[in-house]
Design a protein. Structure first.
Length: 134
């Protein structure tokens, strides 16, 4: 995959847990996931105008040795929209080979503020609710 082969390159974003991000980055590419909307299989991502939506569906997990902070990863992508579809009128669905990972950013969430205004739509993994292991 090279940018030169893309007919309609666009910036996009995909959110995941820290564990999933390490696996994706080790593999070097995103794979089609199990979630499907409107019977459209592919790599789901958001365009630049909907970048903020990624923090809503990102799975936040506790940071080892710092259980008061939850973390998720937002991957910045370059996608070929010529080889993509749209699900639910807004979310982009791409073929695996029409996605290039450009960067990875962390989204840190102090769990003590989870119910503060502006934080209420964050998704936290079940382990975050149980707290650290003894």
């Amino acid at each position: 995959r090279q940018f030169q082969d893309f007919k309609d390159p666009e910036v996009a974003f995909h959110a995941c847990s820290l564990q999933t991000a390490t696996e994706v980055l080790a593999e070097g590419h995103l794979k089609i996931g199990v979630a499907v909307t409107d019977n459209k299989r592919g790599v789901y991502c958001e365009g630049l105008k909907r970048k903020a939506c990624t923090t809503i569906y990102a799975t936040h997990t506790l940071v080892p040795n710092h259980p008061q902070i939850a973390v998720a990863v937002i991957l910045e992508l370059c996608v070929d929209r010529n080889r993509g579809r749209t699900a639910s009128k807004t979310q982009w669905v791409q073929d695996e080979d029409s996605v290039i990972i450009m960067g990875a950013y962390t989204h840190l969430l102090p769990i003590a503020r989870l119910y503060d205004p502006g934080f209420r739509w964050q998704r936290c993994g079940g382990r975050a609710w149980r707290g650290p292991d003894p």
